[in-house]
Design a protein around this ligand. Structure first.
Ligand code: ADP
Length: 374
């Protein structure tokens, strides 16, 4: 069945031996879920499995992740663009153009990437940039695509150059070259693909090469959420979890969520556990303050790692300037983690500046950490 999909009527019938028996496409798993959305994943790389596992995390994702764009909160400009593109594509009976979503982790890139195919009524396959180490690892994803289907590649900026270049003709001409056999017997087969939509997600739009970036018809940046938007997400999710959440508690959790729905959801799940274990289960302001303090989350949402970053910059580098690598080595944390997960919120909170000479703290940092300047 899988092979028929790959052939698409183009495979040379007279060369059955060239149709690799142990091709990776055989390993397709189709985990259609109960709300009629079809998500296909493929075993093959630990990274992709990690991604699939992440998407399947019981509470934070199956219950809390919005299923439709209309259930999402905030990002109204991005939503408007997507609604128009989806509506027009449906009216034309065409697949959507390729979409690039960028922004810090936890802001909704994967959520959009799972809602868009539902709106279009098409299946989605999920892959991850670092998991696709060579063009041949991309072939099963491309050759199994159904017409109009969505291929989602997370962390697309981490695709190796060879894989990225292989994507170019797939994205533009909906064709790929497949090399069959080896050595003198090698032959190249030019395989036509059905028209599909690539959704790429990245935390570093700047790291994408120009040719790849230009092949996306829609490029949208997701920004941090307002406290009021996080309050809305929290109260909707408290209902989904069937817990009582007071308005004051919701405001406090939102303020400590760094403008990020993933943090808001994680805080909510922890505060719910705390309330059920230490109290009567109702999430009140004192309960949420105690629960978040226990996890080292301060009044503006900084966690221990954020404060360690700022304290290291002050203690070891006299407040800066310090290079990213120097900070990463000193803290024994990868520079990617610092750049993707720690710095965006510190920059936005004006607790950090990035100058040509390196990272620097600001007067606000001393004030927030209650460190005197002398
Ligand atoms: P990213 O892919 O950008 O890292 P996700 O899409 O995985 O982020 O979002 C993390 C979690 O935050 C999701 O499980 C979802 O529950 C929640 N979330 C993200 N964006 C929204 C939104 N706009 N409205 C409601 N919840 C959201």
């Amino acid at each position: 069945m899988v092979r028929e999909k790959i052939l698409g009527g183009n495979w040379p019938e007279e060369n059955p031996e060239e149709n690799p028996k142990d091709d990776p496409q055989e390993d397709v798993i189709d985990d259609s879920d109960d709300d009629s959305e079809r998500t296909t994943g493929r075993r093959g790389s630990a990274e992709t499995e990690r991604l699939q596992a992440m998407l399947d995390t019981p509470e934070s994702d199956t219950i809390l992740r919005p299923k439709r764009i209309s259930e999402m909160v905030g990002q109204t400009e991005v939503m408007e663009v997507l609604y128009i593109a989806i509506d027009a594509a449906k009216k034309r009976g065409d697949p959507l153009g390729h979409i690039l979503l960028d922004g810090p982790p936890g802001l909704g890139k994967t959520t959009f990437a799972t809602c868009i195919p539902r709106e279009m009524g098409v299946p989605v396959s999920m892959a991850s940039g670092p998991g696709l180490k060579a063009p041949k690892e991309l072939i099963p994803y491309l050759s199994n695509l159904e017409p109009g289907a969505v291929l989602f590649i997370d962390e697309i900026h981490r695709l190796p150059k060879s894989v990225e270049e292989y994507l170019y003709t797939a994205m533009e001409d909906f064709r790929i070259d497949i090399v069959l056999g080896e050595g003198v017997n090698a032959r190249t087969l030019n395989l036509a693909l059905p028209k599909f939509t690539l959704i790429g997600a990245t935390t570093r739009a700047g790291m994408l090469s120009g040719p790849l970036r230009d092949r996306f018809q829609i490029r949208e940046h997701l920004s941090f959420y307002k406290t009021s938007e996080l309050v809305e997400i929290l109260s909707r999710n408290a209902k989904k979890l069937d817990v009582q959440l007071t308005a004051e508690a919701s405001e406090e959790i939102a303020k400590r969520s760094r403008g990020t729905p993933r943090w808001a959801n994680n805080h909510l799940l922890w505060v719910r556990d705390f309330a059920q274990s230490k109290s009567d289960g109702r999430i009140t302001l004192p309960i949420s303050e105690k629960a978040l303090a226990m996890r080292g989350i301060d009044s503006i949402g900084l966690d221990r790692q954020d404060r360690r970053y700022l304290e290291t910059l002050i203690r070891v580098f006299s407040g800066g300037p310090a290079g990213l690598e120097a900070m990463a080595h000193t803290m024994s944390v990868s520079s990617d983690t610092l750049e993707d997960e720690v710095e965006p919120f510190l920059l936005r909170s004006e607790l950090l500046t990035r100058t040509r000479r390196g990272r620097c703290v600001t007067p606000k940092t001393f004030e927030h950490l209650k460190i005197s300047l002398s």
